[in-house]
Design a protein. Structure first.
Length: 245
Protein backbone atom coordinates (compact mmCIF):
# COMPACT_ATOMS: atom_id res chain seq x y z
CA UNK A 1 0.00 0.00 0.00
CA UNK A 2 1.17 3.49 -0.83
CA UNK A 3 1.95 5.52 2.34
CA UNK A 4 1.45 8.85 0.56
CA UNK A 5 -1.76 10.83 0.01
CA UNK A 6 -2.59 13.23 -2.83
CA UNK A 7 -4.48 16.48 -2.15
CA UNK A 8 -5.92 18.80 -4.83
CA UNK A 9 -5.46 22.46 -3.96
CA UNK A 10 -7.74 25.28 -5.30
CA UNK A 11 -5.27 26.15 -8.04
CA UNK A 12 -5.45 22.52 -9.18
CA UNK A 13 -1.89 21.74 -8.07
CA UNK A 14 -1.29 18.30 -6.63
CA UNK A 15 0.48 18.03 -3.27
CA UNK A 16 1.65 14.72 -1.77
CA UNK A 17 1.69 14.22 1.98
CA UNK A 18 4.01 11.48 3.27
CA UNK A 19 2.53 9.31 6.05
CA UNK A 20 -0.92 10.91 6.34
CA UNK A 21 -2.84 10.83 9.62
CA UNK A 22 -5.92 9.10 8.24
CA UNK A 23 -5.90 5.42 7.38
CA UNK A 24 -4.98 4.60 3.80
CA UNK A 25 -7.62 2.99 1.65
CA UNK A 26 -7.26 -0.75 1.25
CA UNK A 27 -6.35 -1.68 -2.26
CA UNK A 28 -8.71 -3.86 -4.21
CA UNK A 29 -6.02 -6.29 -5.28
CA UNK A 30 -6.41 -9.49 -3.31
CA UNK A 31 -2.75 -10.50 -3.62
CA UNK A 32 -1.61 -7.51 -1.57
CA UNK A 33 -3.89 -8.21 1.39
CA UNK A 34 -3.77 -11.99 1.92
CA UNK A 35 -0.73 -14.14 2.67
CA UNK A 36 -0.97 -17.85 1.94
CA UNK A 37 1.32 -20.08 3.98
CA UNK A 38 1.47 -23.37 5.88
CA UNK A 39 1.74 -24.18 9.56
CA UNK A 40 5.29 -25.50 9.08
CA UNK A 41 6.46 -22.30 7.37
CA UNK A 42 4.87 -20.09 10.01
CA UNK A 43 6.29 -22.18 12.85
CA UNK A 44 9.79 -22.27 11.34
CA UNK A 45 9.71 -18.55 10.55
CA UNK A 46 8.92 -17.77 14.17
CA UNK A 47 11.85 -19.87 15.39
CA UNK A 48 14.45 -18.54 12.95
CA UNK A 49 14.87 -15.21 14.73
CA UNK A 50 14.89 -16.58 18.28
CA UNK A 51 17.43 -19.41 18.40
CA UNK A 52 18.86 -19.27 21.93
CA UNK A 53 22.14 -21.18 22.32
CA UNK A 54 23.42 -22.96 25.40
CA UNK A 55 27.19 -22.58 25.68
CA UNK A 56 29.19 -25.70 26.58
CA UNK A 57 32.83 -24.59 26.38
CA UNK A 58 35.60 -26.82 27.70
CA UNK A 59 38.72 -25.60 25.86
CA UNK A 60 40.23 -22.87 23.68
CA UNK A 61 37.42 -22.90 21.07
CA UNK A 62 35.22 -21.14 23.57
CA UNK A 63 37.44 -18.02 23.32
CA UNK A 64 36.35 -17.59 19.71
CA UNK A 65 32.76 -18.09 20.78
CA UNK A 66 33.14 -15.23 23.27
CA UNK A 67 34.48 -13.02 20.47
CA UNK A 68 31.50 -14.06 18.37
CA UNK A 69 29.14 -12.29 20.78
CA UNK A 70 31.42 -9.27 21.28
CA UNK A 71 30.82 -5.81 19.82
CA UNK A 72 32.72 -6.44 16.59
CA UNK A 73 30.42 -9.21 15.34
CA UNK A 74 27.43 -8.73 17.69
CA UNK A 75 25.36 -11.66 16.56
CA UNK A 76 22.70 -10.91 19.19
CA UNK A 77 21.13 -8.49 16.73
CA UNK A 78 19.88 -11.54 14.82
CA UNK A 79 18.16 -12.98 17.89
CA UNK A 80 20.99 -15.44 18.65
CA UNK A 81 21.21 -14.74 22.38
CA UNK A 82 23.19 -17.02 24.74
CA UNK A 83 21.08 -18.51 27.50
CA UNK A 84 22.32 -20.09 30.76
CA UNK A 85 19.44 -22.53 31.28
CA UNK A 86 19.06 -25.65 29.11
CA UNK A 87 15.28 -25.66 29.65
CA UNK A 88 14.92 -22.47 27.57
CA UNK A 89 17.66 -23.10 24.98
CA UNK A 90 17.17 -24.23 21.39
CA UNK A 91 20.80 -24.92 20.39
CA UNK A 92 23.73 -26.32 22.34
CA UNK A 93 27.22 -25.45 21.07
CA UNK A 94 29.95 -27.84 22.20
CA UNK A 95 33.27 -25.99 21.97
CA UNK A 96 36.39 -27.84 23.06
CA UNK A 97 37.50 -31.29 24.11
CA UNK A 98 34.84 -33.58 25.56
CA UNK A 99 36.30 -35.85 28.21
CA UNK A 100 34.83 -38.96 29.76
CA UNK A 101 34.22 -37.05 32.98
CA UNK A 102 32.27 -34.27 31.20
CA UNK A 103 30.27 -36.65 28.98
CA UNK A 104 27.49 -37.39 31.53
CA UNK A 105 27.04 -33.65 32.19
CA UNK A 106 26.74 -32.95 28.46
CA UNK A 107 24.16 -35.69 27.94
CA UNK A 108 22.16 -34.47 30.92
CA UNK A 109 22.09 -30.89 29.59
CA UNK A 110 20.98 -32.15 26.17
CA UNK A 111 18.17 -34.19 27.67
CA UNK A 112 16.90 -31.16 29.61
CA UNK A 113 16.51 -29.08 26.44
CA UNK A 114 12.97 -28.93 24.98
CA UNK A 115 12.14 -30.25 21.52
CA UNK A 116 13.04 -29.34 18.84
CA UNK A 117 16.70 -28.96 19.80
CA UNK A 118 19.88 -28.71 17.76
CA UNK A 119 23.60 -29.30 18.30
CA UNK A 120 26.59 -27.52 16.75
CA UNK A 121 29.94 -29.31 17.16
CA UNK A 122 32.60 -26.59 17.14
CA UNK A 123 36.26 -27.43 16.68
CA UNK A 124 38.35 -30.45 15.74
CA UNK A 125 38.57 -31.69 19.34
CA UNK A 126 34.78 -31.87 19.59
CA UNK A 127 34.26 -33.53 16.21
CA UNK A 128 37.05 -36.17 16.20
CA UNK A 129 39.05 -35.69 19.38
CA UNK A 130 41.62 -33.51 17.60
CA UNK A 131 45.19 -33.79 18.81
CA UNK A 132 43.97 -35.90 21.74
CA UNK A 133 42.46 -38.61 19.51
CA UNK A 134 45.60 -40.76 19.26
CA UNK A 135 46.95 -41.25 22.77
CA UNK A 136 44.51 -39.71 25.24
CA UNK A 137 42.71 -42.25 27.45
CA UNK A 138 39.99 -39.80 28.52
CA UNK A 139 39.02 -37.82 25.38
CA UNK A 140 35.81 -38.72 23.55
CA UNK A 141 36.49 -39.30 19.84
CA UNK A 142 33.52 -37.36 18.54
CA UNK A 143 30.67 -35.74 20.41
CA UNK A 144 28.19 -37.48 18.09
CA UNK A 145 28.83 -40.63 20.12
CA UNK A 146 26.96 -38.91 22.95
CA UNK A 147 24.37 -36.64 21.27
CA UNK A 148 23.20 -36.20 17.64
CA UNK A 149 24.97 -33.32 15.86
CA UNK A 150 23.23 -31.12 13.28
CA UNK A 151 26.11 -28.90 12.09
CA UNK A 152 29.82 -29.78 12.14
CA UNK A 153 32.16 -26.77 12.37
CA UNK A 154 35.81 -27.83 11.82
CA UNK A 155 38.80 -25.73 12.78
CA UNK A 156 41.38 -25.34 15.52
CA UNK A 157 39.81 -23.05 16.53
CA UNK A 158 37.20 -21.83 14.01
CA UNK A 159 36.98 -18.11 13.38
CA UNK A 160 33.83 -16.13 14.30
CA UNK A 161 33.09 -15.83 10.57
CA UNK A 162 32.93 -19.63 10.40
CA UNK A 163 30.52 -19.65 13.33
CA UNK A 164 28.27 -17.22 11.46
CA UNK A 165 28.32 -19.56 8.45
CA UNK A 166 27.35 -22.49 10.70
CA UNK A 167 24.43 -20.50 12.13
CA UNK A 168 23.24 -19.65 8.60
CA UNK A 169 23.34 -23.34 7.65
CA UNK A 170 21.39 -24.23 10.78
CA UNK A 171 18.77 -21.57 10.00
CA UNK A 172 18.36 -23.02 6.49
CA UNK A 173 17.83 -26.45 8.01
CA UNK A 174 15.25 -25.11 10.45
CA UNK A 175 13.40 -23.31 7.64
CA UNK A 176 13.00 -26.57 5.67
CA UNK A 177 11.80 -28.76 8.53
CA UNK A 178 8.37 -30.27 8.88
CA UNK A 179 6.68 -31.08 12.16
CA UNK A 180 5.47 -34.47 10.89
CA UNK A 181 8.94 -35.55 9.66
CA UNK A 182 11.03 -34.63 12.69
CA UNK A 183 10.90 -38.06 14.29
CA UNK A 184 11.63 -39.98 11.09
CA UNK A 185 14.52 -37.71 10.09
CA UNK A 186 16.37 -38.02 13.40
CA UNK A 187 16.58 -41.82 13.17
CA UNK A 188 18.82 -41.58 10.07
CA UNK A 189 21.51 -39.65 11.94
CA UNK A 190 24.96 -41.15 12.55
CA UNK A 191 24.21 -41.12 16.27
CA UNK A 192 21.45 -43.70 15.75
CA UNK A 193 22.93 -45.67 12.82
CA UNK A 194 26.37 -46.48 14.30
CA UNK A 195 26.95 -48.54 17.43
CA UNK A 196 29.59 -46.78 19.49
CA UNK A 197 29.71 -49.34 22.33
CA UNK A 198 29.76 -46.67 25.02
CA UNK A 199 28.05 -47.42 28.30
CA UNK A 200 28.03 -45.72 31.71
CA UNK A 201 30.50 -47.04 34.24
CA UNK A 202 30.61 -46.61 38.01
CA UNK A 203 32.88 -43.81 39.23
CA UNK A 204 36.45 -44.72 40.07
CA UNK A 205 36.74 -42.42 43.07
CA UNK A 206 33.84 -43.36 45.31
CA UNK A 207 35.44 -42.40 48.63
CA UNK A 208 35.49 -45.95 50.03
CA UNK A 209 39.27 -45.87 50.46
CA UNK A 210 39.10 -42.79 52.67
CA UNK A 211 36.55 -44.49 54.91
CA UNK A 212 38.28 -47.88 55.06
CA UNK A 213 39.36 -49.27 58.44
CA UNK A 214 42.88 -50.08 57.21
CA UNK A 215 43.51 -46.39 56.54
CA UNK A 216 42.29 -45.21 59.93
CA UNK A 217 43.82 -48.14 61.83
CA UNK A 218 47.10 -49.29 60.24
CA UNK A 219 48.05 -52.99 60.38
CA UNK A 220 49.85 -54.30 63.47
CA UNK A 221 53.10 -55.04 61.61
CA UNK A 222 53.24 -51.50 60.26
CA UNK A 223 52.49 -50.03 63.68
CA UNK A 224 55.26 -52.16 65.23
CA UNK A 225 57.78 -51.04 62.60
CA UNK A 226 56.87 -47.39 63.15
CA UNK A 227 57.27 -47.79 66.90
CA UNK A 228 60.71 -49.43 66.54
CA UNK A 229 61.90 -46.79 64.10
CA UNK A 230 60.75 -43.98 66.37
CA UNK A 231 62.54 -45.54 69.36
CA UNK A 232 65.83 -45.65 67.42
CA UNK A 233 65.56 -42.10 66.14
CA UNK A 234 64.28 -40.63 69.41
CA UNK A 235 65.63 -42.71 72.33
CA UNK A 236 63.85 -42.23 75.62
CA UNK A 237 65.65 -40.30 78.37
CA UNK A 238 66.53 -42.16 81.62
CA UNK A 239 64.06 -41.60 84.39
CA UNK A 240 65.32 -39.79 87.47
CA UNK A 241 64.55 -40.98 90.93
CA UNK A 242 62.49 -38.90 93.23
CA UNK A 243 65.45 -38.65 95.63
CA UNK A 244 67.63 -36.94 93.05
CA UNK A 245 65.08 -34.23 92.38
Amino acid sequence: MNPTATILEPNEQKTQIINPIERPQITQELSENIILTTVDDLYNWARLSSLWPLMFGTACCFIEMAAFFAARFDFERFGFKPWPSPRHADVIITAGTITMKMAPALVRLYEQMPEPKYVIAMGACTITGGMFSSDSPTAVRGVDKLIPVDVYLPGCPPRPEAIIDAIIKLRKKVAQESIQEQGAFSQSHRYYSITHKMKPAPPLYSGEYLESSSRNNPPEELAKMIKEASSVMFPSLPEKNQSQI
